[in-house]
Write a protein that binds this ligand. Structure first.
Ligand code: ADP
Ligand code: MG
Length: 383
């Protein structure tokens, strides 16, 4: 496929991002929601889905979903409810997942992203809903059996669904990174992709430039790093263009991404698509969010990256570049906050963080070390 042919087409992507919420207990029971316990330890009768057990909503989950809605400029649906999504799988003991379908908690938001060339784009959010995670199946631990760990069953998730507004792999990466930044600033999800705290499905289609209708899309499931998200998008773009150019049609399939060779393969075809038979969850009453409660949550919101960037540029006089770098990680930005209380030389403080401090630390250390170092210890090295 020549660049010239690829140039005729436009990429269209919408992301569904799952973020695991950092609550002490699960969404519908008092089982611990912590990661890393011995298999099948956090599994009371509710997590096991035994007949006769009933779900009870964890209020913190609702609070976290509302905060994410506020951080992404969504409308918070004061009236929202849960639905059942029915399917059969061994790691889903109840035979259904409790989620939100028709009346999600947050709708119509947006996230502003910044690209490498410093241009900005706004990616609209269709909805954010709450749901429970399923258990974990392991097919490679035993040569005869598949093993199942239900510790994750019932762990709270929010799913953030974008509109199909993304037009390049770079934009997808920037959007994902921005969402990750927001959940981490809000303190509602640790954003740890290796542990699966954040995962994403990418809906990908192509169309001829200038065309107004969208092309048929494929959905690549469970991308577990920003890099793989970009690789899957680039691969699909070429594959779909090539297919169309050769007179074929894109079928609406669910795909798997193989990280080892960078390709996608069909997981489920349209004919095999599940009929989830959604219906309102009869064991949970609809939620009515009180106005005072929403106001209280609003007052608890921390200063978010966008506001910090604005303040660093317009109040502290930092260059845009510095403001972006410092706010990338909340811990770095918090540290900078402490530092500028001790010196009026804001630019020097920024230089020092962006230069020596950042380059001295590895990814993993950034959080711990920056928090450990009291700014007073570093004061001597400042002008
Ligand atoms: P479904 O009802 O099948 O879940 P939705 O309409 O809710 O589908 O869309 C799911 C995701 O797919 C959203 O993130 C949306 O932006 C994205 N999407 C929808 N149509 C397209 C398309 N033609 N190309 C790329 N992404 C799309
Ligand atoms: Mg949908």
């Amino acid at each position: 496929m020549t660049e010239e042919v690829l140039e005729k087409y436009e990429l269209v992507v919408g992301l569904e991002i799952h973020a695991q919420l950092q609550t002490k207990t699960k969404i519908f029971s008092s089982d611990s929601a912590s990661f890393g316990a011995e298999p099948n330890r956090n599994t009371s009768i509710v997590s096991l889905g035994l007949p006769g057990t009933l779900p009870r909503i964890n209020k913190t989950v609702v609070a976290y979903a509302v905060k994410m809605g506020m951080a992404t400029h969504c409308t918070i649906n004061r009236e929202n409810r849960f639905d059942r999504k029915n399917y059969f799988y061994a790691d889903l003991p109840k035979g259904y997942q409790i989620t939100q379908d028709e009346a999600p908690i947050c709708v119509n938001g947006n996230v502003r992203i910044t690209l490498k060339d410093k241009s900005h784009r706004v990616i609209r959010i269709n909805r954010i809903h709450m749901e429970e995670d399923a258990g974990k199946s392991m097919h490679d631990k035993d040569d005869q059996y598949s093993l199942i760990d239900l510790n994750r069953a019932g762990v709270p998730l929010i799913e953030i669904v974008s509109e199909p507004d993304i037009r390049s792999a770079e934009e997808a990466a920037a959007y994902f990174t921005e969402v990750r930044k927001l959940v981490r600033y809000l303190g509602i999800c640790d954003g740890n992709m290796e542990e699966g705290s954040m995962r994403c499905d990418a809906n990908i289609s192509v169309r001829l430039k200038g065309e107004s209708a969208f092309g048929q899309r494929c959905e690549v499931k469970n991308l577990n790093s920003v890099r793989n998200l970009q690789r899957a998008i680039s691969y699909e773009f070429r594959r779909q263009v090539e297919l169309i150019e050769n007179g074929g049609v894109v079928e609406q399939n669910t795909l798997n991404f193989d990280a080892a060779n960078g390709t996608t393969s069909v997981l489920r075809s349209k004919e095999m698509a599940f009929d989830y038979r959604y219906f309102p969850e009869p064991d949970l009453p609809p939620l009515h969010l009180a106005e005072e409660w929403i106001e209280a949550l609003k007052s608890e919101l921390p200063e978010l990256p966008e506001q910090r960037i604005h303040r660093y540029i317009y109040e502290l006089g930092l260059p845009e570049y510095d403001a972006y770098i410092i706010t990338e990680e909340k811990s770095t930005s918090d540290y900078f906050e402490q530092l500028v209380k001790l010196t009026p030389h804001y630019k020097a403080a920024a230089n020092w963080i962006i230069g020596p401090v950042q380059s001295d630390l590895n990814e993993g250390e950034k959080t711990s070390l920056l928090l450990k170092c009291s700014p007073c210890n570093w004061r001597r090295s400042l002008p």
